[in-house]
Design a binder for this molecule. Structure first.
Ligand code: PLP
Length: 408
């Protein structure tokens, strides 16, 4: 069944927003964060209005309702990702998920001179924790370069970097280039040399269904707020045998079984890593988001986004002075279109686009090593999602053309 974009748009109150300058909002900053359907906002409001309480602590009615809703969400979310609730550790987002893999797994399992492979196209969230781990443990960090002509990962260099690796950390889909890395191949090759694999799916999960148990990765980091869920929550999906090797990351309440003045005994499994008051409202909101998303065939959603992105990128290339980084028509591409004008500064361009009502991201996108490889300090980025339309893209391209003609 074809997607009914107008009825999808009706689920998102914010898409009706008119900006202070009277322009209707056109939201093309989805790779930064997606908008939230009303069902998610309502689920969180209902929690705060009707059964706000702490979870896993008391026996009164509200506490039991909050606990049941929290655990129901864990079930819905883990099912959505094709795994069991025991393999899902809630975090504050993809950044904390990767830090949890670094401080909860690598710190306990890697030794001096062990090799961790990352790529030049990682978000800082998948670079800085490994740099810190390198300082702390003396591990060797190897960066796989990108091919700056095709904007794809250099897979020959990847195979060379893999020699002797203990852990491989790769972004599923680049937040700058939109390119989807061949993660299945990467997982297979990494496992063949005995390395564990972490996939940063902050940008992958909003565009394709991830079936964790089939994918075979040891760790997958996910962010709820880029896939219709609220901010402040995400998860690390962890294979059972990797979770058994993990030790505590943060300590305190909830993650303990018994505390005496002599010491503490920790919970086992995911409970060891969920410290303090759980993210109850956020988990409920994310549960509602995955239930909302489940009504769609993600292949159709993705095809819709890619059509808009490919059309937009092709049109932009016709505008004198515009360079596009990446190719949204590549299989699996998320449709993020990074671009730069050769004489209008990216920030100025962003303001000029905002004046037309178009929200795009500008900056280094938390990917400075990638910016260095591309030889630019920053880019503008238009990123599309399920509710965007070709009409919006047409209006965007014609405003961009006007701005470039007028201000270049
Ligand atoms: C590829 C990638 N990884 C990690 C992150 C960090 O995600 P979060 O905001 O959930 O911490 C982002 C956010 O933009 C991202 O694009």
């Amino acid at each position: 069944m074809a997607l009914d974009i107008q009825s999808i748009r009706a689920d998102f109150p914010i898409l009706e927003r008119v900006l202070p300058n009277g322009k209707k909002l056109v939201y093309f900053d989805n790779a930064a964060t997606s908008q939230k359907p009303k069902i998610v906002i309502d689920a969180m409001t209902k929690f705060y209005e009707q059964y706000n309480s702490n979870a896993h602590r008391a026996n009164h009615t509200l506490a039991e309702e909050a606990t049941a809703a929290l655990e129901h969400s864990r079930l819905s979310i883990s099912r959505y990702f094709g795994t069991s609730p025991a393999n899902l550790i809630y975090t504050s987002g993809a950044t904390e998920a990767i830090n949890l893999a670094a401080y909860g797994w690598a710190r306990y399992n890697l030794e001096r001179d062990d090799v961790v492979v990352v790529t030049e196209m990682e978000h800082h969230a998948d670079i800085v924790p490994w740099q810190e781990m390198s300082k702390e443990k003396g591990i060797e960090l190897r960066y796989v370069p990108i091919d700056t002509k095709t904007f794809t990962l250099d897979m020959d260099a990847f195979e060379v970097a893999l020699e002797g690796a203990k852990l491989v950390c790769v972004v599923h889909t680049s937040n700058v280039l939109g390119v989807r890395n061949p993660v299945e191949d990467i997982i297979e090759k990494s496992h063949a040399v005995g390395a564990r694999v972490l996939i940063d799916s902050a940008q992958g999960a909003p565009h394709e269904r991830i079936f964790f148990d089939n994918l075979g990765a040891d760790f997958v980091a996910i962010s709820a707020h880029k896939m219709a869920g609220p901010t402040g929550i995400g998860c690390l999906l962890v294979k059972s045998e990797a979770m058994e090797q993990m030790g505590p990351f943060m300590t305190g309440g909830s993650m303990i079984r018994r505390v005496t003045t002599e010491g503490s005994v920790f919970q086992e499994g995911h409970a060891m890593f969920e410290t303090g008051t759980p993210r109850i409202a956020e988990a409920i909101g994310w549960g509602a988001a995955v239930e909302w998303l489940s009504q769609f065939e993600m292949r159709e959603v993705h095809a819709h986004i890619q059509d808009i992105a490919s059309w937009t990128a092709n049109q932009m290339l016709e505008i004198p002075g515009i360079r596009v980084f990446g190719d949204p028509s590549l299989p699996g591409s998320s449709g993020a279109v990074s671009f730069l004008h050769d004489s209008i500064q990216s920030q100025d361009l962003a303001f000029l686009l905002d004046e037309g009502g178009f929200a795009v991201r500008t900056g280094h996108h938390c990917a400075q090593p990638l910016m260095d490889a591309l030889g630019v300090p920053s880019t503008n980025r238009a990123s599309f999602w399920i509710y965007n339309t070709l009409d919006e893209a047409q209006a965007f391209v014609s405003h961009l053309r006007y701005v470039c003609e007028r201000f270049a």
